[in-house]
Design a binder for this molecule. Sequence first.
Ligand SMILES: NC(=O)c1ccc[n+]([C@@H]2O[C@H](COP(=O)([O-])OP(=O)(O)OC[C@H]3O[C@@H](n4cnc5c(N)ncnc54)[C@H](OP(=O)(O)O)[C@@H]3O)[C@@H](O)[C@H]2O)c1
Length: 381
Amino acid sequence: MKKLLILGSTGSIGKSTIEIVRSFPDQFEIVGLSVNNNIDELECQIKEFHPKTVVVRDRQKAKELSGRIGSSCKILSGEEGLLEMSREDNYDIFVAAIVGFVGLAPTIEAIKLKKRIALANKETLVVAGEIIISLCEKYGAELIPVDSEHSAIFQCLIGEQKKNVNKIILTASGGPFLNKSFSELDTVTIEEALNHPNWKMGSKITIDSATMMNKGLEVIEAFWLFHLPKEKIDVAIHPQSIIHSMVEFCDGSIKAQLSTPDMKLPILFALTYPDRFVYNSVETNLKKVGNLSFFEPDFDKFVCLKMAYEAINTGGSAPCILNAANEIAVEKFLKGKIKFTQIPVLIQVALNKISNHTIVNLDSVVEADFKTRELLKKMFN
Ligand SMILES: NC(=O)c1ccc[n+]([C@@H]2O[C@H](COP(=O)([O-])OP(=O)(O)OC[C@H]3O[C@@H](n4cnc5c(N)ncnc54)[C@H](OP(=O)(O)O)[C@@H]3O)[C@@H](O)[C@H]2O)c1
């Protein structure tokens, strides 16, 4: 019986994780859950799974929940609540299904407790990859990727020697605007950007997929996870999203991992690795899938992808600035404050205006994140 802490339990990854727990009641137990403010859904989850602790980031909502459920479980609030729950040494697997920079500090607490980290929250590796990887090595914590692309690469590398890897190929659906021209992107609506052709995901990552910043963040995530230079991290557009990523070896052989696009598979793998559980909920019938196609991404149209590669080159706090500016820009787009094509423009402004510094510890990450948010906040005042 593995005990799970699920940060972001009301989100797309969080709910898929909960579905898996429902399918394997003898294998997994939930001891902690967290949300931002969706206490209605959290209340249902508490009644079903009886966690010991929950965190509601919004303090007012935490009070409201307390009034509703009394003392049936410990209710914490704020970002310090997330840290406190992550420090409770009563779980085996930390599922980072929370979105954004806020996931970083609690993940570090779980690493210090030597827990298995099932990492969906790619922002954590983007902003503090070096710190996270060295902490995992220091404390002996396992970092298992949940992102389908990185899970695919992780699976392709099992039994292989790193010296034999020529390159990894991250596949990308291309999002809803794959076939739009650069000038057409100027007038796309929020609804169109949220209409991903293959995946049902939270709103932030769906917009990231539409700008292809999602693939850019994944390139940075892969850079840290697999210790490869950026020249060995390739991106291929694969509109069917059946091949989740590939590894090319020195003899020219390519290994790929395939399935129907459903995040329950990489989540389950991250929970059960090195074992696999019998699971019949996600079927893949390649005869029905038909053709699989692959082509080069258009870096001039999807500027965000280009900026992510450049941020690896620049190093230091550049990935952190890129991430913070992207989080703010996506939020502004979703609120109708900026156009879709202004997302990369805002990110570039932040990268130009904020001086780069070396990342030495968590404080330097927080500083870069804070400066970026302050700059963009001023621009909207
Ligand atoms: N969805 C996917 O298929 C997918 C695939 C690969 C990787 N990922 C990554 O997984 C992470 C989660 O994605 P998602 O699509 O599941 O996101 P989502 O549907 O938007 O869910 C986010 C979860 O985090 C909570 N949350 C949001 N902002 C928060 C804050 N400031 N403080 C505390 N909690 C907060 C939300 O609570 P409320 O419900 O209360 O707002 C919700 O439980 C992201 O980093 C994403 O890039 C997702």
